[in-house]
Ligand binder design. Structure first.
Ligand code: F3S
Length: 279
């Protein structure tokens, strides 16, 4: 049995940075709050909760002097003001790539541009970016949404970091046909593309793929979709979801994991499969 692990699998730079920094903070202070779950991975969230992290939905749930983590997705600018008013300590773990988009949105909004975010209006990162331009951005998820664009306005276009590149390009091409009064910032993060490309490369070389990641993690679901095009694919959250008997007749297994899957979960899967075949 051969096991191949995709070149890019598991935590991206921004998530790894946030998780490490949150862990360091928890070592010093076991009474910390996170505004929303740190990542879309139940097992990792549980581990942090056991170390003392408490998840809150809004700042009204904490009191003066409390410490609140802002996760890698980022938040609207008014959250910082509210936190200041309430005398909270903020640990800002917004991914630097997301921060960059927030700054572009603010800078161009202040110059009088209309901000267009190509992405999912319900995603926390998009909600956060919109908060840096007074919640006045136009959010475009699909081509049909382009009816919100008019000719005589100056636009600044940014993208959700995990936006599908093909859809982004299609939307930008159509946008250029409607207006030539737009500045484009392709802010899609390379981590998503790298994970998808290396999942495809691995899936092409093996008989079966195992994709590890939260059932609700959209980037993990996307990896499952792309792998399915090339071979039988299983989506699991942990080793407990895998019936190894089912894969025992395959000659090669490929493994990949979503950007919010910790290494210890990936290693547990790999070691269990190795142990099973070395018996
Ligand atoms: Fe940051 Fe890219 Fe990850 S934007 S959180 S490094 S997917």
């Amino acid at each position: 049995m051969e096991i191949k692990i995709a070149k890019y699998a598991g935590f991206c730079f921004g998530v790894e940075r946030a998780m490490n920094m949150a862990w360091e903070c928890l070592k010093k202070n076991s009474n910390i709050y996170s505004l929303g779950p740190l990542i879309h991975n139940e097992q990792a969230v549980k581990k942090y909760e056991q170390a003392g992290l408490k998840i809150i939905e809004n700042l009204e749930q904490v009191s003066t002097g409390d410490t609140v983590i802002i996760r890698s997705h980022g938040v609207p600018i008014d959250i910082y003001d509210k936190a200041k008013e309430r005398g909270l300590d903020i640990i800002d773990l917004t991914c630097p790539y997301v921060k960059k988009i927030q700054n572009i949105a603010k800078r161009y909004y202040d110059k009088g541009y209309k901000i267009v975010i190509i992405g999912d209006p319900d995603h926390p990162e998009v909600i956060g970016i919109n908060g840096w331009c007074n919640n006045e951005a136009i959010v475009i998820k699909k081509l049909e949404d382009l009816n919100k664009i008019s000719r005589n306005i100056s636009y600044c276009i940014v993208a959700q970091t995990t936006m599908n590149l093909k859809v982004y390009n299609e939307i930008c091409e159509s946008l250029k046909e409607i207006t030539d009064n737009a500045i484009f910032y392709n802010t899609i993060c390379s981590a998503t593309k790298e994970r998808q490309e290396s999942a495809i490369n691995t899936a092409k070389e093996v008989d079966v793929m195992i994709v590890i990641g939260g059932m609700h993690s959209s980037n993990t679901q996307k990896l499952v979709q792309v792998c399915k095009q090339f071979c039988k694919t299983y989506h699991i959250e942990t080793i407990d979801d895998l019936n190894i008997d089912e894969i025992r007749n395959y000659k090669s297994i490929g493994i990949t994991a979503g950007a919010s899957t910790p290494d210890w979960i990936i290693n547990e899967v790999v070691e269990n499969i190795r142990d099973y075949f070395n018996k």
